[in-house]
Design a protein around this ligand. Sequence first.
Ligand code: GDP
Ligand code: IMO
Ligand code: MG
Length: 426
Amino acid sequence: MISVILGLQFGDEGKGKITDFISRNYDDVVRFNGGSNAGHTVVINGKKFKFHLIPSGALQSNVVILGNGMVIDPDELIEEISLLRQTNKNIKIKISSGAHIVTKMHKILDKKEEEVRASLNIGTTSQGIGPTYEDKYARTGIRLIDLDDMDIVKEKVEIIYRMKKDLLNDTLYGSEEEREKMVNDLLTSGKEILQYMDYTEDIINDDYSRGKNILFEGAQGGMLDIDFGIYPFVTSSNTIAGAVSTGSGFSFRKVDSVIGVFKAYTSKVGSGPFPSEIINDNTLRDLGNEYGTTTGRPRRIGWLDIPLLKHTIKMNDVDSLAITKVDVLGRLDKIKVVTKYLLDGKEISYFPRRIEDFKRLEVKYEEFPGWGEINSSQSLGENGYAALPENLRNYIEFIEKETGKNVDIISMGEERKMTLAKQIFN
Ligand code: GDP
Ligand code: IMO
Ligand code: MG
């Protein structure tokens, strides 16, 4: 079985939790995009694990792979590996030789670029993601495989500096001595991670030939995709299922199923249009404890948005849906869902591409009653789908009808065990 799991909204849909839950069915779990802008939370018996670079399947699978599509901060990775080893000593970690390296200079550039963007700033995670992808596509990027060659790394850092010195000159890295120091530190951390380097595209394809089950775990969400999200308020990589091929070297033709994860409502960190946003009412943020895993920033909150979901379902060719945080949403007496977009008063059947259009966009809602607290046997899914509160089942069935996709996984709490899986995922 070859599956892809990814987020259908603005990130933080609960991908980490669902990935962990289903990963026991897979031998290898592969990340193919993003870097430590991702924050994926897994909770098992009260213990919280936060993954940024390592795939969230690392607690239940045999092998985790960080693909060439990723951008990796070595210091961050070393720390994460040492934490993971405390729980899963035997896990095999493989990192693509072609993954790009985030340096301290890239993190500074991230902040500087945001300053230059001024009113068009994105609200990035300041993890150096954008500048690292910029250098990848400028063909000046530092790859993992470069990290044992002092001359190459030094030369590349100098090229990047020359290209971006307007931004760097009033920072620490305006100084040649500091850049040299950074290169030396990078080579030291490089030594520690080079032991995990491999030609992972070969490993993944060989494992496929041997009949292994492989899960590809997306970071971010469909609305943050650089091509199909709300540009420019997006991340710097493709986050949709198509990125599996370019970000790991594994053909899209061999993928059996695409699982799309969405929150029962919507959240977003950073700037940009958010059609279903709830303004001036923090009830859902407080109930759902909606603060960023990576940055701690309060997340913007909105209702579930069906037109948005349909767009990302289409872009990802989703087969099956997983809904999270129904325990949180159900506590409200009245729940709204955005069902239609109107532009200049007329209903539109497409997702707007022009940022200006969002200013004139009106949304139509449908209202649903809440379902209250989910009791403990319901939240564990012990008695199956039919035992869930009727209002919750109505909510889920409405989403299924609107999207034309089955909701096969229902998450009712942060704990791994608070999950109900219909069908194959059991
Ligand atoms: P990801 O980036 O998509 O992996 O999501 P994050 O981990 O950044 O954010 C999701 C948050 O919701 C985390 O704190 C999870 O522990 C939590 N979470 C996931 N599923 C559920 C759920 O069904 N109910 C509740 N209450 N919390 C959940
Ligand atoms: P996970 O995998 C939520 C957002 C940032 C910002 C924009 C660009 O945990 O779902 P970047 O640092 O990538 O250049 O920021 O994208 N963003 C995320 N929001 N979850 C994420 O990852 C995100 N990764 C990036 O807030 O708006
Ligand atoms: Mg997250």
